[in-house]
Design a binder for this molecule. Structure first.
Ligand code: 6GU
Length: 237
């Protein structure tokens, strides 16, 4: 069982976004738990204010440290050890499958979602263990990145995917992009399904799929292909 705590000003967005399809089913089955915490609930301001103008001037508002710190402490008191706290920021390390695998081993994770022009640095220094970005572009908040990470991590948690879903052959599992897939009908817009897939010859199918993976990776992700070739060299293949 994995428990995800999300500190956010938009808890409904995270709850609704993760309550569907495979992740929703896994929550229902008790493999995952999503605890979306509203940072605003920890404001002591009479207007429930959680942000203020940046010292030194500049555009936008900065999230204040106290409500976030109180929300974190409230979580922490129910945990045996200090959890990893992931702050979603374009200034973080870029999220990859390897990191998803590593984080899937953690029983509990805390995601801190910022908004506006960011969060007061002092609370980040105090509680954040990992700064993570989901790619080189700027989003309006950390909620979508947190949901992206939770989806990628969850499907690696035992029991979340069923046998049909968890092939382990998908893109990045072997460093190559996945081969093309086909289903019925056998002919669509005059295009036939590749004959080898109808042959029942498992070894030929395996070889064809590998070749397609290589071709696709070279064409679409030459950067990944370069890494794959280097790794092959190291393994002496
Ligand atoms: Cl994690 N947060 C925001 N606000 N923008 C991003 C991001 C994260 N990753 C890429 N862009």
């Amino acid at each position: 069982m994995n428990r995800f705590h999300i500190l956010t000003l938009f808890p409904d967005m995270v709850r609704d976004g993760l309550n569907t399809s495979i992740i929703g089913r896994a929550i229902e089955a008790g493999h995952l738990e999503i605890n979306a915490v509203n940072i605003r609930d920890y404001s002591t301001n009479k207007h429930l204010k959680v942000d203020d103008y940046p010292y030194g001037g500049g555009a936008g508002l900065v999230m204040q440290p106290e409500p976030i710190y109180r929300a974190y402490q409230d979580l922490r008191k129910n945990m045996k050890k200090a959890p990893r706290v992931i702050y979603l920021t374009p200034q973080g390390q870029v999220f990859r499958q390897e990191m998803a695998k590593e984080l899937a081993k953690e029983e509990e994770l805390v995601f801190l979602c910022g908004h506006y022009e960011g969060i007061d640095e002092r609370v980040l220094e105090e509680i954040v263990t990992d700064y993570v970005s989901i790619g080189d572009y700027v989003l309006t908040g950390g909620e979508l990145p947190a949901m992206v990470m939770i989806d990628a991590i969850s499907r690696l948690v035992p029991g979340v995917l069923n046998n049909d879903e968890s092939a382990g052959e998908e893109s990045f599992e072997n460093g190559l992009l996945e081969y093309p897939q086909y289903t019925r009908p056998p002919v669509f817009l005059d295009k036939e399904v590749p004959e080898v897939l109808l042959s029942g010859h498992h070894e030929n199918i395996r070889k064809w799929r590998y070749e397609q993976s290589v071709k696709r990776t070279k064409e679409r992700r030459p950067d990944l292909w370069e890494v794959y070739e280097k790794e092959k060299g190291k393994k002496g293949e």
